[in-house]
Design a protein around this ligand. Sequence first.
Ligand code: ASP
Length: 598
Amino acid sequence: MAEEVFSQRTTTCGALTKADNGRHVVLNGWVHRDRNHGALHFINLRDRYGITQVVVDDDASAELQAVANELHLEYCIAVTGFVRLRPDSMVNPEMSTGEIEVKAESIEILSKCAPLPFQIDDGKETREDLRLKYRYLDLRSQGMQQRLRLRHEFILSCRNFLASRGFLEIETPTLIKSTPEGARDFLVPSRVYPGKFYALPQSPQLLKQILMVGGMDKYFQIARCYRDEDARGDRQLEFTQLDLEMSFVKRDDVLSLMEELFNHVFKDVMDYELPVHFRRLSYHDALNTYGCDKPDLRFDVPLSDVNDLAEQSTFSTFKEIVAKGGFVKALCAPRTEGVDFSRKYITELEEAAKIYGAQGLAWIKVGADRSLSGGVSKFFTGLEEALLKRVDAKEGDLILFVAHESWKKCCASLSAVRTKLGKDLHLIRKGFEFCWIIDFPLFEYNEDEGHWEAAHHMFSMPQAEYLDTLESDPGSVKGDLYDLVLNGYEVASGSIRIHDVELQKRIFRICNFEDQEAEERFGFLLNAFRYGPPPHGGIAPGVDRMVMIMSEQTSIHEVIAFPKNTAAVSPMDDSPSQVDQKQLDELHLIINYPKPKD
Ligand code: ASP
């Protein structure tokens, strides 16, 4: 790709090759390394495009020698000189510019650099808060530069694909009406209307639906979303979605479009071929087979139902759970070179299971001649072959069981074991495994608040066969909802939407919004639905997560230029911070500080 260099330089630090031998050049960049052999200086000059070796020869003028002596790491400099071939012994095949060097004629120091708080590399050794405090230095590292470039290319490729398919990129406001969408809103006080607030959008959900009522037909936006949630893991208060919505579509139209989009983007950005269609699993089958609704399909280790075998066994714990209508499930950890299924390791697996509600983790080892030993093996006499067949176990494998009255807890506990095994036993294949999870329940019961609420959001269409039983049996209703999962992460959620006022009101009521409150909060949507709304649906892949996975990172901080830390603080500018009394007065706000906890 041609790199535009404007007037201050003739080329970038990644561009020169032996074809440029003899060329007179001006390079701008930062001192990446500076080796000094007496009067001979080797300066690695770096910019976003690469590194070029600059040499100040021992015959250089006194003036040039003086400047070279003054240089330190990360000084920003301009170098003027001639390209020459490196001696054969100094050719570096690892560098794109490794065949040449620039013999400096003059060096100008454009700006100096204070002593560095950390070495500019890939930051792995540096505490994250220090990296975030000096993010401008961290951004100079090769890793951050590559990842932000990948992010740019990902977004550009999505844009190009969607534009080629007739989508319009439309911006929606960031100051909107506070409308509950599942999380807590960030509020912005109105100066002009004391006591009134705007909210920052949790997503452009309602606005994109209203764009469909407005006949826009196919919309997308690289949308910033804001959710005021407690800091946890690498969750960010603000994140970016590729938000899209389409009119006159059914679920499979949305899924096909996304498959085409990601096929295009992965090929375009990473030269990676995805399968034309992604595997589809119902929510029930995903839980039953992998224990969770975002399974990592880069490794197998499925869960098996063993209720019938547990019943026939002589293990009273299992038998009791089955008698109570509970569930016993098992999985098989494959024998792995270098991994010992010791008691200590099994206890570690058990700890992982217990976090999700398991009371314990029963186990059996498979020995030579497919004999069972240890753990609960003695209770399975006579059932050996049936068990081995059910979980597909071979010599040296370890069979693990969880029994629980709750199917969900049984699945979730074994899922945690499966995930840990995937990592510890190095079962995870390289690459990208997408899958769709479909047929989600529409509602979840909120135990704390004692009412049903939307599992995704309140605007998703129930599947047609449940329309008569929405109120009488909300728990069994399936929605026209879909999640896209990649390598064990949920990377997108979407649904076919409700476009009927009466149906929308029924959903609001089930979610505890009586008609009057629903009118106050969502009246604008209900009004829009009175004017010929088209059937519509959409989805919103998370950009941060997608780029994180594509760049093989485990934290979204690595793919965001200026993220908040895990305590929701930006160490660079110290936000959130206090504001002046005058600002508060203008906004008619009085701070009611929380009482200190005793
Ligand atoms: N607005 C939804 C979300 O942010 C995505 C969608 O349904 O399109 O999860």
